[in-house]
Design a binder for this molecule. Structure first.
Ligand SMILES: Cc1ncc(COP(=O)(O)O)c(C=O)c1O
Length: 396
């Protein structure tokens, strides 16, 4: 008999379509994949070299459970330089990816039944991570006309005596939206008034476009900094998804709790990957800018194409590498004599009939939308947009 926890976890609704896309690809079918949650670029050479050097130098043993001192120092320097935030190494915990950092945060903060406010559309793992740590996810709906952002009124209406934390993800996966200073201030004011923690997931911090600037909510003042746990990592910024290094910064007592939990759950993150992450963070950041510019160009092309097509629309992302496309109008249309019906079926038709893989929005708490990742080449994007357009032209 499985545990209550295990049976509460919702299997990813995106997995079925992902498995199908992979199977079709392995059969030699030319799938255009817009499903990727990771940059399509290789990890930059100087970062790989640092890992090879670490192996050759024998840096292959246990490290302190919460990370090596030099990487923690580098993370503190990054916070000061990029975010104007002063943390000491004792406030930083290095983990096995930002997802693991989030798991540690919820394990450190939540008691059974504590509520965590999550604005929808949300990254698929937040509600599940909250549930795995005995918390209760409270979903706050946001609107497309508000650029999918939570504001004071919808935040306040979700708060109860059990609210322990608010999840903030800017730039956001899947919407690509970035909160402005004023919008963050509204959320900070509410959090301070009610003494609620903010879990600020900033993994897409470096990928912003069109003049949008990432601002960490913790930088709005010492009082809100004390209530904030920042989660970040090297996966998205340096195309290092497989290396599994993320980090969190918080008040010392939260950091100590996370460190203690991690010391028993996993021990240290991979020693070699820590050395590589140190190089990623401290060396030239030119590689990041090159990737950002490529994403920017692809995004503009896709937004332009999609907004010229019938039945679909999207708002221009300000960050991350996803377009969140509203396909709701297709649901009442017919494709070859059968109704499109819903987002899952629409994605299935696109895959089966046009060999285009996308991620339906239901897993992100937004059933009318579909996520298109632009972490794929401009050539693939062009072909994929042609196929999407042909699919839409067939609808009656
Ligand atoms: C919003 C968000 N947070 C966290 C993560 C996890 O990143 P990592 O690879 O560092 O675990 C992802 C990855 O998809 C993400 O999109």
């Amino acid at each position: 008999m499985l545990s209550r926890k295990a049976s509460q976890i919702t299997p990813s609704p995106t997995l079925a379509i992902d498995a199908k896309a992979k199977q079709m690809k392995s059969e030699g079918i030319d799938i255009i994949g817009f499903g990727a949650g990771e940059p399509d670029f290789d990890t930059p050479g100087h970062i790989k070299e640092a890992a090879i050097a670490a192996i050759n130098e024998g840096f292959t043993k246990y490290t302190p459970a919460s990370g090596i001192p030099e990487l923690k120092e580098a993370v503190c320097d990054k916070f000061l330089k990029d975010n104007g935030l002063r943390y000491s190494p004792g406030q930083v915990v290095i983990s096995n990816g930002a997802k693991h950092s989030l798991d540690n945060v919820f394990a450190a903060l939540l008691n059974e039944g504590d509520e965590v406010i999550i604005p929808a559309p949300y990254w698929v793992s937040y509600p599940e991570l909250v549930k795995l740590n005995d918390g209760k996810p409270v979903i706050v709906e946001t609107k497309e006309e508000n650029r999918y952002k939570m504001d004071r009124s919808n935040l306040e209406s979700a708060i109860t005596d059990r609210t322990k934390a608010i999840v903030l993800n800017s730039p956001c996966n899947p919407t690509g939206q970035v909160y402005s200073r004023e919008e963050l201030q509204e959320i900070a004011d509410v959090a301070l008034k009610k003494n609620i923690y903010i879990v600020s997931d900033e993994v897409y911090e470096k990928l912003t476009y069109g003049g949008a600037e990432h601002l960490s909510i913790a930088s709005l003042g010492e009082d809100i900094k004390a209530l904030t746990v920042i989660v970040n990592g090297v996966s998205k910024t340096y195309s290092m998804t497989g290396w599994r290094i993320g980090y969190a910064a918080s008040e010392p007592k939260i950091a100590a709790a996370m460190s203690g939990i991690q010391s028993h759950a996993t021990s240290n993150p991979n020693s070699i990957a820590q050395k590589a992450a140190y190089t990623a963070i401290t060396a030239s950041q030119d590689c990041v800018e090159e990737m950002r510019q490529a994403f920017d160009k692809r995004m503009r092309y896709m937004v332009d194409r999609i907004n010229k097509m019938p039945y679909v629309s999207c708002i221009e992302p300000e960050g991350a590498f996803y377009l969140f496309v509203n396909l709701g109008e297709t649901f009442s249309r017919q494709f070859r004599g059968k109704p499109v019906g819903d987002g899952n079926n629409c994605a299935a038709l696109l895959l089966e009939q046009y060999r285009v893989a996308v991620v339906p929005g239901v897993g992100f708490g937004a059933p009318d939308c579909t996520r298109f990742s632009y972490a794929t080449s401009l050539e693939n994007i062009t072909e994929g947009m042609d196929r999407l357009e042909n699919f839409l032209k067939e609808l009656v």
